[in-house]
Design a protein around this ligand. Sequence first.
Ligand SMILES: C[S@@+](CC[C@H](N)C(=O)[O-])C[C@H]1O[C@@H](n2cnc3c(N)ncnc32)[C@H](O)[C@@H]1O
Length: 358
Amino acid sequence: MKPISEIQMLLLPEAQSLPAELENFPRFRYMGSKFRLLPWIHATLSEIGFDSAADVFSGSGVVSYLLKTMGKQVHSNDSLAFPSVLTTATVANSATRLSPNDLNYLLESKASAPQERFIRDTFEGIFYTPEELSSLDDLWSGIRQLDSPFKRAVALAALLRSAIKRQPRGLFTVSDPSRYQDGRRDLQLSVREHFIEQVEIYNAAVFSNGKRNVSTSGDVFNVKPGSDLVYMDPPYVPMADDNCYIKRYHFLEGLACYWEGKEMMMNTKVRKIAKTFTPFAYRHTAVEAFDQLFRHFADSIQVLSYSSNAYPDLETLRSLMGRYKKSVEVLEKEHRYHFGTHAAAKRNVVQEYLIIGS
Ligand SMILES: C[S@@+](CC[C@H](N)C(=O)[O-])C[C@H]1O[C@@H](n2cnc3c(N)ncnc32)[C@H](O)[C@@H]1O
């Protein structure tokens, strides 16, 4: 019997008919991912009439991909670079796959120039073995030579997912590579073995929905308004320091662009990238940021994902959105978030909200 897929599991409790293509989305472990809320988000969006949508804090890209499977014209955006690689490969890309020749070419590539051995030189003793670090450099040197931007995005997305799968807890805060060797398959495969699998997975995720979809990387306030609907899932004011995206995923952010233009903090144990400011993550700037956000997209139908353990509270947000939208409706759902390792697992039950302004 074919094992039941993660997406089919999602269907069980709610018996929603999610679009079939969604099964092909390469799930990416990402803090705050709405993967488990997709049936609810899909059911909610299905009730709204719209042709184009912007997912302006795209993260893992799963909501953008959902919108694409729903036949919408999608603009996907995130201030980090690696989420935009993921959505370039899966959302903006409607036809380009890596051929067996492309894959062979990448697997045979060797980093030769000193500037192509940056990862091995910079991260020695951190996260991966020297051989694995060299594999990342070698694959990158081949990716650089690929002639099409979509091919590069598919290859880089495969490399990013290989790197996160090979990292014990899927985050890059701890430097000791031997700490969590618990025999899991993902930790036993080499980066190259993962890469071969991931190329196949990302190739399978490519499809056309007949629309011209785009992916950008930049601040939300640089996204040109104009989509019929805007889906907003901003970061929350963090409860703990490691809620910061760049702290958890700095290695992926660097890997997405070979650390070009990134300010590295060489005095940190794990060679972090400097944090960039976002007004959504601080108590003293969050309220003003939400006001500006709703004003910026005043002409679109607004759908905001939010939760009961976040700041500011629901009533504040409802009234802020009410300044720009005639009707504001709140949908609610209980949700259990899983953070961290088994031992340190903090299971938080929160109310999830979809705040809809029209
Ligand atoms: C809660 S996550 C989004 C999760 C996503 N909906 C998913 O299902 O995977 C918030 C995202 O907002 C991004 N972000 C933070 N500040 C931003 C800003 N000012 N402009 C655009 N994106 C921003 C972060 O990089 C992060 O990926």
